[in-house]
Design a protein around this ligand. Structure first.
Ligand SMILES: [Zn+2]
Length: 130
C-alpha cells in the first residue's frame, strides 16, 4: 500500500493520507485533520496522486516575462494556479515558481522550476522539473 503525504498549510508538518478505498472515485475530495487541528482538503486525482488545496500568492518567472499567480493546489508532482498573465504562458514553457509559506515554524521561501502542462484561460497547470 502506497503511502501519501501532504504538507499541512498551518503547521508545515507532513500529514499522512490513507489510501482511499475502492468506492472513492477519481477527483474525490478527502478531508483530513492534522494533529495541529487544521482541517485539510485533499483532491484524489486521476493520476492517483493527492493534491492539497491552498490559496497562496506567488509569482512566475520566464526568460522574457513574469507575473503574479494564485496557487490553488500543490502535489508531489506539480501545482495549479491562476494568473492574470495567461498570454505569457504556453504548454511546454519552462518557468520558475516562487512563493512564501508562513508556517508557525517560520517563513520559508520556495523556489522551483516547472514546465507548463496546460493553459485554460487563467487556469494553468505545471509539473515540477526538479
Ligand atoms: Zn498542521
Amino acid at each position: 500500500m502506497a503511502e501519501h503525504y501532504v504538507e499541512c498549510r498551518s503547521c508545515g508538518q507532513e500529514v499522512q493520507v490513507e489510501d482511499p478505498d475502492d468506492q472513492v472515485g477519481d477527483d474525490s475530495i478527502i478531508r483530513i485533520t492534522c494533529s495541529c487541528g487544521a482541517n485539510l482538503e485533499v483532491l484524489y486525482d486521476r493520476r492517483r496522486s493527492f493534491r492539497l488545496f491552498v490559496a497562496i500568492r506567488g509569482k512566475f518567472q520566464k526568460a522574457t516575462s513574469s507575473g503574479g499567480i494564485l496557487i490553488k493546489d500543490l502535489s508531489a508532482h506539480g501545482l495549479r494556479f491562476d494568473t492574470q498573465e495567461p498570454d505569457c504562458l504556453a504548454v511546454g514553457d519552462k518557468i520558475e515558481i516562487e512563493y512564501h509559506t508562513s508556517f508557525s515554524a517560520g517563513k520559508s521561501h520556495i523556489k522551483r522550476r516547472a514546465e507548463i502542462e496546460r493553459v485554460d484561460g487563467r487556469d494553468v497547470s505545471a509539473s515540477y522539473l526538479d
